[in-house]
Ligand binder design. Structure first.
Ligand code: DC
Length: 222
């Protein structure tokens, strides 16, 4: 088997608007990987919980609501999307100001993280069993630390505040990234950290193409 045909897992972590999604999507295209955005998992779940009347202040009521939600995967192109009870909500729905301001509060609730843990790990098998994928690239906050600590490649993306705020404005989104990062880094369970041994990449001064070239080079030369 040649090195490029060995199934590999690539973990990409970092704060909000550090370029994880665009970078991971482009790497998936270039290297023939399945792409999973776990931020979208937390957003989809937050959207479903808000619709079911959940409130981040009443965490004890959440396990009963979670029990009514069935998780599945829909593959579109190279992206594996989370469906809940057979439904994949649109991007506009999971990136609304309401979801933006609640998602990291739901993500700090232990029952919510436990609910997604096995599902997220199972995505490696989805990629292995689906024809045409050489591996999996998964992005989030705890991928290299908790979900796939033994991934073949682990990267941690970061960028200066001004660049990140400008990226959100360009996306047309209302989002308090500093506040979310603070909550994501300070929570008890699976906080946002640079996993030990992960390669740090400063995306602030680089174009998307330059970040993708750099990371693909590190993956293919390894
Ligand atoms: O990547 P994003 O900004 O769309 O993520 C939305 C929120 O989801 C983020 O503020 C924290 C949470 N999240 C998490 O706790 N763990 C992950 N692996 C991915 C996202």
């Amino acid at each position: 088997m040649s090195a490029s045909s060995v199934f590999k897992i690539i973990a990409v972590d970092g704060g909000a608007a550090t370029g994880k999604s665009s970078t991971s999507r482009a790497i998936a295209e270039r290297l023939g990987l399945m792409h999973v955005d776990t931020g979208a998992h937390y957003r989809t779940l937050a959207y479903a919980l808000l619709n079911a009347g959940a409130d981040t202040e009443s965490a004890d009521l959440i396990p009963a609501l979670l029990a009514s939600l069935k998780l599945n995967t829909t593959i579109i192109g190279r992206s594996a999307l989370l469906s809940i009870n057979g439904h994949v909500p649109t991007d506009a729905k999971i990136r609304s100001p309401e979801v933006n301001s609640n998602v990291s509060k739901f993500a700090a609730i232990e029952a919510v993280r436990e609910f997604l843990f096995n599902y997220q790990r199972s995505q490696a098998d989805v990629a292995r069993e689906h024809p045409g994928f050489n591996g999996l690239i998964m992005e989030g906050r705890d991928i290299g630390s908790i979900i796939f600590p033994n991934a073949e490649h682990r990267f941690f993306l970061f960028a200066d505040e001004a660049t990140r705020a400008a990226r959100r404005v360009k996306d047309g989104q209302t989002d308090s990234i500093a506040e979310r990062d603070k909550r994501d880094s300070q929570r008890k369970t699976a906080p946002l950290v640079c996993p030990e041994g992960a390669i740090r990449v400063d995306t602030g001064p680089l174009s998307l193409d330059a970040v993708v070239d750099h990371i693909c080079g590190l993956i293919t030369r390894a």
